[in-house]
Design a protein around this ligand. Sequence first.
Ligand SMILES: Cc1ncc(COP(=O)(O)O)c(C=O)c1O
Ligand SMILES: N[C@@H](CCCC[NH3+])C(=O)O
Length: 436
Amino acid sequence: MELEHYPFQINEQGNLTVSEVDTVSLVKQYGTPLYVYDVAHIRKNCRAFVDTFKKHGITAQVAYASKAFSSIAILQVVHQEGLAVDVVSKGELYTALQAGVPPEKIHFHGNNKSRSELEMALKHRVGCIVIDNFYEISLLGELLEVYNQEVDVLMRVTPGLRSNTHEYIMTGNEDSKFGFNIHNGQAEQAFLEIRNHKQLRLKGLHCHIGSQIFETEGFIKATSMLFSVIADWQKRYQFTPEVMNLGGGFGIRYTDEDQPLPRHEYVEALIEAVKHHVEQIKIPMPEIWIEPGRSIVGDAGITLYKIGSMKDIPGIRKYITVDGGMTDNLRPALYQAKYDAIVANRANDARTELVSIAGKCCESGDMLIYDINLQKTDQNDILAVLSTGAYGYSMANNYNRFTRPAVVFVENGQHQLVVKRETYIDVVQHDLSYLK
Ligand SMILES: Cc1ncc(COP(=O)(O)O)c(C=O)c1O
Ligand SMILES: N[C@@H](CCCC[NH3+])C(=O)O
């Protein structure tokens, strides 16, 4: 594993550091498991997207997909960097509002938005609602009449292509629960229904093909499929999109097998694709919106664990167990996701042992990493798993009644707790007695 690809260094004591802060001292202060983020790196990731649009003179909105990691502090950081925020639930919307994100910079997503979610979105006058299905058109239409309000909407369409990623995180394929299919007439039917409702201001189309994608080809193909529909609707219904939201999904490095493109290359490919089609059908350039989540926070975060029990089964495998697992990182169990790791307090040692990293849940599938060459370790060493900044904390859970970890931000050599570790009082807070 080449540390140069990550925003982390090693100090004179041989300990892993984040923005010059020793991870071993962070563990002493905050305990384990612990998520640690390099905030300067998050800002750099935000700027890579924002600045590329600026450089090419494109009016754009980069909306952070807050499902990747939603907390007040992270939303404040991305807002400071000029990003909008995409939310998919009342909880994510509430967090964004609490963080001080202006409602007009919030986009509301979701494939089954409830009446009360839509009511909350309208009450706070979010900037845009991304309509996903027919039920939502009628529900939202009805609410707009009740509240005598109008709202900007995008229509989510599925281009029917299989992106090159894990089945579970593919979203633009024909057999998808998300969006309106552009091939079977449903997208056109939805388009007409939305256009017929005076209080729904249709700004354009939305498409998200999937997550952790390493090439630009899928995005280019999806864009051209969207424009074939637009060309048709332009001719027949004089529809000109003001906005094209081309989603997120830009891949990041988890292990050396992953070779992500620099962020600006994804943006440039999208700009080029949109420009090409716009010139062909002779319409004004729309705003381009994107929704990166993982590529904003993923490689800026690590998880620190304490190493505990070890089990060597000769000829089979050596298990090294950490004090966390699928409760703080569900991705290996859910998607067979691969990660890299380093022994944070022996970071300069050679990697001489082939081991597998187990979590401590009562579940055989609770394995964080299979077959990694690691520094020789001992009990109470600290293991840092890299690139856990996206969909780690946000998918953390209380299985086996483990408490969710704390989150620390580090910037300019300073560290700050931004999410407190859960307590056992938190864990039982909704339980009620049943004593007979
Ligand atoms: C609609 C939508 N937008 C944006 C994202 C963010 O994706 P990623 O975190 O891969 O950038 C997702 C998640 O896949 C999504 O479903
Ligand atoms: N949670 C997924 C990505 C899905 C994103 C939402 N559509 C992951 O960890 O990779």
